[in-house]
Design a protein around this ligand. Structure first.
Ligand SMILES: Cc1cc2nc3c(=O)[nH]c(=O)nc-3n(C[C@H](O)[C@H](O)[C@H](O)COP(=O)(O)OP(=O)(O)OC[C@H]3O[C@@H](n4cnc5c(N)ncnc54)[C@H](O)[C@@H]3O)c2cc1C
Length: 431
């Protein structure tokens, strides 16, 4: 299925996969035993594996699909190092010191990932481009102004207000009411980044096995016996790195993450000057809505990559493409004549306290629940998870302390999602 606004080479797969084709060697055999078995081959799993392999532990990473098939090659490539709850909310829950620790660690993770990518020379179009947070109403603009003026002592970062009258310097759109620039935020090509991690993992001796879903985990005297689609493997330690794709094989984790679809489109390439006019400073963008939209230009500067959630229920991304495009055209009506070349979706993992979590349960190590901002935090907490598994002090993290909550009757299918989306859409309309 495609529409008259789609390009002739329209694809219902991530834009990034054209540049970085899916790995071809996914059918490697599963070893009979391993010291560390990592389930999930995204940023969390690979960063954890890099740590354990570097310490000399025989490490195997498996994925139910092709390596990196999950969110880690599908995302918008916007790197923030922010968590959802603000200081006021976190200090109400846990006290001021803990709020500082959580926000401070997430912010430090942004420095860490930049240093990692540059230090390991990962070619992934990483840029310190800054973010424009666009206000969708005058009231939200006032909130941004207050946020810039009243930064929490000890957690200050460079933020700048852009008045509505000056907005054209950032975005060629009348849809918004001014906004805020966050200097520190960055961008990258997510699939190139993932491919760089795969290369590092391979070089470190990690065994990488795609198309090998874990279907049952049994604890025994030597650790765990894990039954997979590719055979049985005995593992001393098991890591659960499945985030928005967490399934029935780890029911405790499944009851604690809420899978939510995020949907994206890419436009066909535009003449460079036309594309540059849309966002002259080439930053990453998101807006102040609860049901947020996010967008940026591609690394070659020629396509618009636009994401958000337009359907109340999960949908085939091709079916919801007209609504996602309509959302894009509300912001950029001048793109009416530009065709759409790609659309795709993936499942992010929310949590009941909107924080990511790292820890160990029933002997299984896990890190997950990045609430849609996982490039930085999945990488960082995956790295910490590896250190924790090795029993190293550096593995300590504030994200291990809040209780990983579930709710009565929640078994992993978010029946409450549609009413929540409707509620937040109504709030967004009220500004
Ligand atoms: C459309 C979209 C846009 C996004 N945009 C951004 C963004 O701009 N910035 C940002 O920071 N974050 C963004 N995210 C979120 C970010 O991509 C994720 O938080 C991050 O990639 C999570 O990494 P992960 O390794 O934990 O999980 P994933 O990359 O999702 O990997 C989990 C893997 O586990 C595998 N798996 C599941 N069950 C099993 C099993 N039983 N056996 C074996 N394997 C299994 C899956 O196949 C999957 O490959 C976006 C996500 C989406 C979908």
């Amino acid at each position: 299925m495609s529409y008259d606004f789609c390009s002739d080479d329209f694809s219902a797969q991530p834009y990034w996969w054209d540049i970085t084709p899916r790995p071809q060697n996914s059918q490697a055999p599963l070893p009979a035993s391993t010291e560390v078995l990592v389930i999930g081959s995204g940023y969390t799993g690979l960063h954890c594996a890099l740590e354990t392999a570097a310490a000399g532990r025989h490490t195997t990473v498996i994925d139910a699909q092709d390596l990196g098939w999950g969110c880690s090659t599908r995302n918008g490539g916007q790197i923030s190092g922010e968590i959802k709850p603000d200081y006021a909310e976190l200090s109400r829950r846990y006290g001021g010191a803990e709020a500082q620790a959580l926000i401070g660690e997430a912010r430090a993770a942004l420095e860490w990932i930049g240093a990692f990518i540059e230090g390991r020379e990962i070619d992934c179009d990483f840029r310190r481009c800054g973010r424009f947070v666009a206000a969708h109403s005058p009231r939200q603009f006032d909130k941004l102004v207050k946020q810039v003026k009243n930064q929490t002592p000890g957690l200050e970062q460079p933020l700048h207000i852009v008045e509505p009258r000056d907005q054209a310097s950032e975005i060629d759109s009348d849809y918004y009411h001014g906004g805020m620039i966050v200097d520190r935020h960055c961008s990258l090509d997510p699939a190139k980044y993932h491919s760089g991690l795969l290369r590092l993992a391979r070089n470190a001796g990690v065994e990488l096995v795609g198309n090998c879903a874990a279907t049952r985990i049994e604890q025994n005297a030597n650790g765990f016996r894990v039954i997979t689609a590719g055979g049985v493997v005995q593992a001393r330690e098991v890591v659960v790195a499945t985030n928005g794709y967490t399934g029935s094989v780890t029911p405790w984790q499944r009851r604690r993450v809420i899978p939510i679809g995020s949907y994206m489109l890419a436009t066909e390439p535009m003449p460079p000057q036309r594309a540059a006019k849309l966002m002259p400073n080439d930053r990453v963008f998101s807006d102040t809505r609860k049901i947020v939209v996010y967008f940026r230009r591609s690394a070659d500067g020629r396509s618009l990559l636009f994401g958000g959630r337009v359907s109340v229920f999960e949908s085939d991304p091709v079916k919801s493409l007209p609504a996602l495009r309509a959302e894009m055209l509300r912001i950029f009506p001048q793109l009416e004549d530009v065709r759409i070349s790609h659309t795709w979706m993936g499942f992010v993992a929310y949590t009941f306290d909107t924080l990511p979590h790292i820890g160990r349960q029933d002997g299984l190590h896990y890190a997950m629940g990045y609430c849609g901002s996982g490039i930085c935090l999945a990488s960082y907490l995956g790295h910490r998870l590896g250190q924790r598994l090795l029993g190293r002090e550096e593995g300590a993290s504030a994200f291990a302390r809040p209780r990983f909550q579930t709710r009565p009757l929640y078994l992993g299918k978010p029946w409450f999602l549609a009413p929540s989306v409707r509620f937040y859409q109504a709030l967004d309309r009220l500004g």
